[in-house]
Design a protein around this ligand. Structure first.
Ligand code: KIV
Ligand code: ZN
Length: 511
């Protein structure tokens, strides 16, 4: 059995199916570049048939990524497979991932298809995908609730049709490690020619066992794991990439395989995904949580100081923790700025974008003595001028807030070139600012979430704000960062409005 574990990242597809985690094309490209730097083998860049915008984003990613395979999801039908095939065409290495549900409940209630029709559709989709690339993956959706004999029949048929990777998903997060490992073992044992393909697993976290189930699959012969950064994904999410990678690396003695992931890129990737999607990482999250390597109790601190391995099984620096690394200051020039961005893997597409980002850096350096890597990442994420679809931009904001007085906000926005002004009172400075913006923009959206986090430490740190808005069933997240959290809030609100107004109709692959 191979000792290479293939890491298939689906942050940009299954991860993006998390409520409000929809990303713009530019954001997806930034994440894809970081995933390439991380050393992910396969990047599932999206579901091409969802919308022209999704297909376009996959195509753009396929055009820039050179060291990872770029993949598109496709339901087992002609329209989807052709859309996926076209989208991954520019890739140096492209893959089509086609799927169909195989459980009685999905076949009967969702697909309204007979088992024979499902086998036929699966085989047809695989053969059609082979017209575009010889790298075709097939998934049996809801494999966890599928009958074993039927699952074997479908997998045998798609191997014969030419699929190279067979994925076994626990779509609803129902399994437990012992059963999931056994299912994978039996499939590999029973399906003819199973040694000609790579067996893969894709586990959801509804019972909190996505990582444990994925690892049980690896112990029983799976050599590809589908996972996401920070465990992002539908409902309770997918198996978390960082936990799987570090588990197989730290316990190679148990798993007998390893990935080609550059683990020092794990924390920067986690931060980027969190920043772009607005999904914070809980402090006690394994590997990437802020407390993952901190020791509070005196006994532990004492032990670690005497000998690190008394309480640490991994080194923080090996997963990319280089906390609050001072990088640039007020006197740093444009070249130093550009170089540091490059070192952080941030590529600005044009000189104009670099100049705009540098101007913002200078502004920030005036307000904040020390600029850390995290500040630079937020600053570039916040460079909303880079996104051509941005309609609203914050020109200025003034808020009067005083004990005993009702806060009053005065806002000036640019709306696709023209300027609009408004003022409004509110329960607090943030509320007044949002009300002032809403007074003129009239989005009619509902605020679902408002959160503020400090990017680094200190009272002069930038506040990073996430705003989640909903309108007509569509949910978007907006982010903004600034040393002034009221301004950061207004930026986040406008960022969310831009996404709300720019969003197009998209199909969901599993509905
Ligand atoms: O959870 C699932 O079954 C999926 C498939 C499309 C692979 O995401
Ligand atoms: Zn899934």
């Amino acid at each position: 059995m191979s000792d290479r574990l293939i890491i298939f990242d689906t942050t940009l597809r299954d991860g993006e199916q998390s409520p409000g985690a929809a990303m713009t094309k530019d954001e997806k490209i930034r994440i894809a570049r970081q995933l390439e730097r991380l050393g992910v083998d396969v990047i599932e860049a999206g579901f091409a048939a969802a919308s022209p915008g999704d297909a376009d984003a996959i195509k753009a990613i396929a055009g820039v990524i050179k060291n990872s395979t770029v993949c598109s999801l496709a339901r087992a039908n002609e329209r989807d497979v052709r859309a996926a095939g076209e989208a991954v065409k520019p890739a140096a290495s492209g893959r089509i991932h086609t799927f169909i549900a195989t459980s009685p409940i999905h076949m009967e209630k969702k697909l309204r298809m007979q088992p024979d029709q499902v086998v036929e559709a699966a085989v047809k989709a695989v053969k059609m995908a082979l017209e575009y690339t010889d790298n075709v993956e097939f998934s049996a959706e809801d494999a966890v609730r599928s009958e074993m004999d039927f699952l074997c029949r479908v997998f045998e048929a798609v191997i014969q049709a030419g699929a190279k990777t067979l994925n076994v998903p626990d779509t609803v997060g129902y399994s437990i490690p012992a059963l999931w490992g056994e299912r994978i073992r039996q499939l590999i044992e029973r399906v003819p020619n199973s040694d000609k393909v790579v067996w893969s697993t894709h586990c959801h976290n509804d019972l909190g066992m996505a990582v444990a189930n994925s690892l049980a699959a690896v112990m029983n012969g799976a050599r590809q794991v589908e996972c996401t950064i920070n465990g992002l994904g539908e409902r309770a999410g997918n198996a978390s990439l960082e936990e799987i990678v570090m588990a197989v690396k730290t316990r190679r003695d148990v798993f007998g395989c390893d990935s080609r992931i550059d683990t020092t890129q794990i924390v920067p990737t986690s931060r980027l995904v969190s920043q772009i999607t607005g999904y914070p990482v809980q402090p006690n999250k394994a590997i990437v949580g802020a407390n993952a390597f901190s020791h509070e109790s005196g006994i532990h601190q004492d032990g670690v100081l005497k000998h690190r391995e008394t309480y640490e099984i991994m080194r923080a620096e090996d997963v990319g923790w280089s906390h609050n690394k001072l990088t640039l200051g007020k006197l740093s020039g444009r070249n130093a700025f550009r170089t540091r961005l490059q070192e952080l893997g941030i590529v600005l597409e044009s000189e104009e974008a670099l100049n705009a980002a540098f101007a913002r850096f200078k502004e920030l350096a005036d307000k904040k003595r020390e600029i850390f890597d995290e500040d630079l990442q937020a600053l570039v994420a916040n460079e909303s001028g880079l996104d051509a679809c941005d309609r609203f931009k914050l020109v200025s904001l003034k808020v009067c807030s005083e004990t005993g007085e009702t806060p009053h906000a005065f806002v000036v926005l640019s709306d696709g070139g023209g300027e609009i002004r408004a003022d409004e009172f509110g329960g607090g400075p943030v509320d007044a600012s949002f009300r002032a913006i809403e007074k003129r923009v009239e989005s009619g959206s509902t605020l679902l979430l408002y959160s503020v986090n400090n990017i680094t430490t200190g009272t002069d740190a930038q506040g990073e704000v996430t705003v989640r808005l909903a309108r007509n069933g569509r949910i978007v997240n907006g982010q903004g960062a600034d040393t002034d959290i009221v301004i950061a809030s207004a930026k986040a609100y406008l960022n969310a409005l831009n996404k709300l107004f720019g969003a197009e109709e998209r199909a969901h692959p599993q509905v």
